[in-house]
Design a protein around this ligand. Sequence first.
Ligand code: NAP
Length: 262
Amino acid sequence: MAENPTVLITGASSGIGATYADRFARRGHDLVLVARDKQRMEALAARLRDEAGVAIDILQADLTNLAELAVVEARLRDDRRIGILVNNAGAALGGTFVAQTANDIGRLVALNTTAVVRLASAVAPRFVKVGEGAIVNISSVVGLAPELGMSVYGATKAFVTFLSQGLSLELGPKGVYVQAVLPAATRTEIWERASIDVNTLPVVMEVGELVDAALVGFDRREPITIPSLHNAEQWAAYQAARQAILPGLRQEHAAARYQVSV
Ligand code: NAP
């Protein structure tokens, strides 16, 4: 793999993905940009080719469409210059669970989970074979907090965080770096697209600060990066508490509180 591998970024037409494109281009990486809006990607690519002098390809794809997703999977499988996948494309869904339609829920799950895991699956065998490569999955702090009331969106992000942690354990020893990035509220179009006014949120991070912090975590090879969490020991304690219950989960008999007296 080249010293400065090509980076494939999904959801690169706006927000966090477009900012990753900007930052990786400035680091000298060639790019493959993936999203639905070709015009916006072309405008971004023209600017970055000009400012950073890198080569940029555009793949127009709706990642909820399996045929279009397959084209991106094939590119990841076959293009040996691609050494970093940024699995960033995603959407949110406003409203309560009972107000959301099954079709909207299905599309959200397809984009936020199925596409993410299929793209990782397309690229991982090649990365393992060469013993290097990186997969960056953009999750969310919402996946840690059912209390926030975005149940389906949060569930998709819990999936992304779990998947990343599992893949980090599986692929890390084979030379492949897997990072989950968990942004909190960040100023992008995702809010407007989900009919939420970003200005009603109490605290919002600017997208440049979010991506720059995520790249610090990337450079440190952190498995989980939570830019907004100031007290890193809280995450360590949370992981330790989770790991502490694992040995007790495998038992032959039900716990005393579930024993039925006859
Ligand atoms: P955004 O500005 O709305 O960007 C979303 C990107 O995904 C766009 O490039 C969009 O491009 C692409 N996309 C949407 N649907 C797609 C589809 N069906 N097929 C292909 N591409 C699609 O929002 P963002 O905040 O940057 O979101 C990026 C990621 O960050 C998401 O995974 C989101 O869940 C996560 N995140 C965001 C926040 C936040 O507060 N902003 C917080 C936590 C996590 P097209 O419309 O051109 O397809």
